[in-house]
Design a protein around this ligand. Structure first.
Ligand SMILES: [Mg+2]
Length: 344
């Protein structure tokens, strides 16, 4: 750690030296709230005013599994773990109303890391208007894990499930596909040896230049347009999810839940891959779009002619037939890649 990094508030203190009360005091001081939060952090539970059905989802990130310190700062992790949860709410047509955050870390972890994590969480919380309403701290023998639980509601009153797609509908995505995977690939190619080109150096200054730096930034801090979730619900989306494990694998989840076949459009996928071709090559570029995870763009099905503005049609649904539900690419059933925590 450089001298300048030591000089901020907290310096080289560890979590153990700061103590739980000190850590919590630091964290709560940075957070904003909303009128719906009747009781915020500090009591036994939070008390939240709600007006109807409640969405609830949770997602955790573990150091060494879900991020590498060489590639992602604590701030990045804070932004990403919250965004993953908010994308899950958006994927139901919902918006967030509150976040519960749990940090599990060894006492030897620099307090600065926890503060930077909190800064990332506070930043995305303020940007999206979703308050942190509580959380927990626990210690470990070395593992660092951050877990976020997000609560939300459905503004339009109709939650969009994965199971509502019907044959003869359009399959569309809001925003990008493959940027996070392309960013990860750029990081991989830059090496893991901690060399300057492979280290986190801030937005726009990462490995590569121009578009590649943008993909790396997106991998570290995904930035899907969450407003498209409620917009899709209002437009009549019949099934929806966010792309966390790749177009093929997540599309397969809609296909299975809805008992339909999804045929991907080669021209549309090729157009989306174009962005990555010059930097990564044709096959990897296509792979990013088809199987790249952690994008958190929304994937939904719509009756023909009702796809909202700004969405890109990437395929269509058909009767599952005797082959059963699944995703077809270039005339063949495909299962794609994506990360499986227990299957590898
Ligand atoms: Mg999801």
């Amino acid at each position: 750690m450089s001298g300048s990094e030591e000089s901020g508030a907290g310096g080289s203190q560890t979590l153990g030296e700061l103590g739980e009360a000190g850590v919590l005091k630091d964290i709560f001081a940075t957070l904003t709230t909303t009128d719906s939060v009747l009781v915020g952090p500090g009591d036994d539970t939070a008390l939240l005013a709600v007006s109807g059905p409640v969405l609830a989802t949770t997602d955790a990130m573990v150091r060494g599994r879900d991020w590498l310190d060489e590639w992602s700062s604590a701030h990045d992790v804070g932004v990403k773990v919250v965004m993953q949860n908010l994308a899950d709410l958006a994927a139901m047509g919902g918006v967030g109303t509150g976040l519960l955050v749990t940090l599990i870390a060894p006492g030897a972890l620099p307090a600065r890391w926890a503060r930077d994590l909190t800064a990332g969480i506070a930043e995305i919380s303020a940007a999206t208007g979703v308050p942190v309403i509580g959380g927990d701290l626990s210690s470990s023998d070395g593992a660092v894990a951050v877990s976020v639980t997000a609560l939300g509601e459905v503004p339009g009153g109709r939650a969009v499930l994965r199971s509502g797609a019907e044959p003869g509908q359009e399959v569309a995505v809001s925003g990008s596909l493959g940027r996070s995977a392309a960013g990860l690939e750029v990081l991989r190619r830059s090496g893991t040896d901690g060399s300057p080109s492979g280290r986190h150096t801030g937005l726009g200054a990462g490995p590569g230049a121009g578009p590649a730096a943008g993909w790396v930034a997106y991998h570290r801090r995904p930035d899907p347009d969450l407003s498209q979730g409620p917009a899709a619900a209002a437009a009549g989306a019949t099934a929806m999810l966010d792309v966390s494990d790749g177009l093929v694998r997540d599309g397969g989840r809609i296909a299975t839940a809805s008992t339909v076949r999804i045929d991907l459009d080669e021209a549309a996928i090729g157009a989306l891959a174009e962005e990555f071709v010059s930097e990564l090559g044709s096959a990897p570029a296509l792979d990013c779009v088809l199987t790249g995870g952690e994008e958190h763009s929304l994937l939904a099905t719509f009756p023909v002619g009702t796809v909202p503005p700004g969405w890109t049609v990437v395929g269509h649904t058909a009767e599952a037939g005797t082959a059963g539900p699944g995703v077809w690419w270039r005339g063949e059933r495909t299962t794609g890649g994506g990360w499986d925590h227990f299957g590898g």
